[in-house]
Design a protein around this ligand. Structure first.
Ligand code: SIN
Length: 334
């Protein structure tokens, strides 16, 4: 019998290590997305004390296989649940590899202020000391908490709370694999309640001009990331410019690359491909017209968005404009 006094929290599962299974509890190898949402919830019986859980399996993939099709289904479902007054909050279980991308995407297309919390785990569900159950408990506790409203999608991992725009996976293994390098984490979970350190001052949710409908109408503009390195050549860029609507350069340092690569990117921009310069360094700021003459070259500066998030913002920007100056204004605002 559901406790009518408890808030309803929708848990949408998409797979990942949090739902992963190993051959035995100490082995390094495992298969992500092996357990169902009901298995995940059964491992945390304490949830029944804090929420009336409505579980749904949206996908069951390792998040390296996250696709725009899953984003479309997920965003549509989140939108419906946000409009359902009986639902207090939404939790999305997700693989950690692209968790930050899904969170950022939702922060720009979900127009509602209802709490949406993404959560994963670095250890598979069958591991010794699996942290998924504690993370899931914290995610539900956060999603039901009034302080979580109006902040855009949040991510909870290892008792830290992060804003979608800021969070980044910064290590391939270990429990401390997430950080918000530029602006710091949003807060922490303590005793099943959030303690926030800052407000989310960036554009998100109801202030966002983007939507799933606009993206679908524009046919999900194709944006690819090109990674710079010593001796990077032009031919890869020429190829990408032939198939993409936009290119994000994961540049060295301040979003830079070899003269050959910069020339190729400038040719692409002249041909109408949107070119955004970002940094592969993992933190910091790529400013317009500092190291390169962006105005002359036709480039857009990503500011403090990492390449994978700049890809998402560029895709959404291209759903409303193809004018590089207008796209730069979007990067300046968001
Ligand atoms: C994945 O992203 O699905 C695999 C890695 C993980 O969840 O930690």
């Amino acid at each position: 019998m559901p406790d009518l006094a408890l808030p309803v929290i929708a848990v949408l599962a998409t797979g990942g290590t949090i739902a992963g299974a190993q051959a035995d509890a100490t082995s390094a190898g495992y298969k992500a997305g092996s357990f169902s949402v009901n298995d995940l919830l059964a491992a945390v019986p304490q949830l029944a004390r804090i929420a009336d859980i409505r579980a749904e399996q949206v996908a069951n993939v390792g998040s390296q296989n996250m696709t725009h099709a899953v984003w479309q289904a997920l965003a549509a479902r989140v939108d419906t649940l946000c409009q359902d007054a009986s639902v207090a909050g939404i939790v999305i279980t997700h693989g950690t590899d692209t968790l930050e991308e899904t969170a950022y995407f939702l922060s720009l297309v979900n127009q509602h202020d209802k709490p949406v919390v993404l959560v994963g785990a670095m250890r598979p569900a069958t591991a010794l000391g699996a942290e998924g159950p504690a993370n899931l408990y914290n995610a539900v506790a956060l999603a039901r908490h009034p302080d979580a409203r109006g902040r855009g999608p949040l991510v909870v991992m290892n008792e830290d709370v992060h804003y979608a725009r800021e969070i980044q996976k910064t290590a391939s293994a270990g429990l401390c694999a997430f950080a918000s390098p530029n602006r710091g984490r949003a807060g922490v979970m303590h005793g099943g309640a959030p303690c926030f350190y800052s407000r989310n001052t960036t554009v998100h949710s109801s202030q966002s001009e983007f939507s799933l409908a606009l993206l679908e109408k524009a046919g999900w503009p194709r944006v690819d990331v090109v990674y710079a390195h010593a001796n990077v050549q032009a031919d890869l860029i020429d190829f990408v410019a032939g198939v993409a609507d936009g290119i994000v350069l994961a540049g060295v340092g301040d979003g830079n690359a070899t003269d050959l690569a910069i020339d190729a990117l400038s040719r692409a921009a002249a041909d109408g491909v949107a070119v955004v310069r970002s940094s592969r360094t993992g933190s910091g700021f790529v400013a317009r017209d500092v190291e390169l003459d962006d105005g002359r070259l036709g480039f857009i500066a990503a500011r403090d968005l990492n390449p994978q998030k700049a890809r998402i913002l560029l895709m959404l920007a291209l759903s409303v404009t193809r004018d590089p100056a207008a796209v730069q204004a979007i990067f300046d605002r968001y």
